[in-house]
Write a protein that binds this ligand. Structure first.
Ligand code: ACO
Length: 308
């Protein structure tokens, strides 16, 4: 039995904060942010929405798109580093809000690679026949842990959510291969005390190397080559890091998802948000081979090759 994606949904807060808005409150410039990161604006959730509220909106859409009722969900996995509180988990909060009566629920803490960890975990339960339907939500309210005095990090992040319902799919479709990894020795380069702290250069070097390598590795594991790839969905942290992955796969620019200019880095939400946008734009078609690849604090990384 193969596990794949049956339905998708995303939620983006309404409030737009542009680079020009940030210029007014800190020593930065639109030009610096655009050329170093590719970011033009980001969305920020207001006081009225916490992480579970943002995730709920995306989850409802994914369930509706999949045509799966909440009470049929067996497991809810929420990838986030910005839960409403340490416990109960956001996954348990969604279990209640959605009315997913029989679902087990837990959060996955793997920073920006969290959605990849969630997908791969869901795949195991489905392919062993233990569970039929798994809801995976990647959601962040990074604005609540952003240090708005620190221009090194404040310009990078945004809020949002993307969700998928996973379940059994026909032979040859769904998740074909995966790679997950971690390197705790790099934890010091990207972490949260009260706020996000980052050594941008070290994270950049790691990310450029890892995004390319993991993309190639999942193709090899699936018995595929660069030429087989129809679409790349990289974690949307920085256009220069994304470009490095694209070039490693020798893909034309129109075959890489780009939402970083609109939403900034939404951590665990960035890959599912991008997936939803590309599918809705008709850029991913039935039977396409997609590579998704992410990296994050931990350090962590993850990639999958998937037949849509
Ligand atoms: N506006 C203006 N100047 C700035 C800003 C800003 N917002 N931020 C930093 N600068 C300055 C720095 O102080 C530095 O000045 P100095 O040379 O006088 O000290 C100068 O710009 C250049 O800094 P660099 O480090 O050379 O800039 P770089 O080209 O490396 O870009 C960046 C910095 C964008 C942060 C890059 O290193 C990067 O993208 N790193 C990866 C970040 C990332 O992907 N994080 C993922 C987080 S994932 C997660 O798990 C949440």
């Amino acid at each position: 039995m193969n596990a794949g994606i049956l339905g998708i949904g995303r939620f983006i807060p309404e409030k737009v904060v542009t680079n020009l808005d940030l210029e007014k409150v800190m020593d930065t410039s639109d030009e610096w942010i655009r050329t170093r990161t590719g970011i033009e604006e980001r969305r920020i959730a207001g006081e009225s929405m916490d992480t579970s509220d943002i995730g709920y909106e995306a989850a409802v859409k994914a369930l509706d798109d999949a045509g799966v009722a909440p009470e049929d969900i067996d497991l809810i996995l929420v990838a986030t580093v910005t839960p409403d509180q340490p416990f109960p988990s956001v996954a348990c909060m969604l279990q209640e809000k959605l009315g997913a009566r029989k679902a087990a629920a837990m959060d996955v803490s793997a920073a920006c690679a969290g959605f990849m960890y969630g997908i791969v975990t869901g795949k195991q339960f489905i392919e062993t026949g233990s569970y039929k339907y798994v809801l995976i939500v990647g959601v962040e309210k990074l604005s609540k842990i952003t240090d708005w005095e620190d221009r090194n990090t404040a310009v990078l992040f945004g809020d949002g959510a993307g969700a998928v319902v996973m379940g059994p799919v026909s032979e040859g479709k769904g998740i074909l291969s995966f790679e997950l990894g971690s390197d705790g020795s790099g934890g010091k380069y990207l972490y949260q005390d009260s706020h996000i702290r980052m050594n941008g250069r070290e994270v950049f070097k790691f990310a450029v190397r890892q995004m390319g390598e993991s993309s190639i590795n999942v193709l090899e594991k699936a018995g595929l080559t660069k030429e087989d790839v129809d679409f790349l969905i990289p974690h949307q942290a920085n256009i220069r890091i994304m470009e490095a992955a694209r070039q490693r796969l020798e893909l034309p620019i129109e075959k890489m998802s780009k939402t970083v200019h609109k939403y900034g880095n939404t951590s665990a939400a960035s890959i599912p948000i991008s997936l939803v946008e590309e599918i809705e734009a008709g850029k991913i078609k039935d039977g396409d081979l997609i590579v998704m690849v992410g990296f994050g604090g931990g350090l962590t990384w993850g990639a999958i090759a998937m037949r849509w």
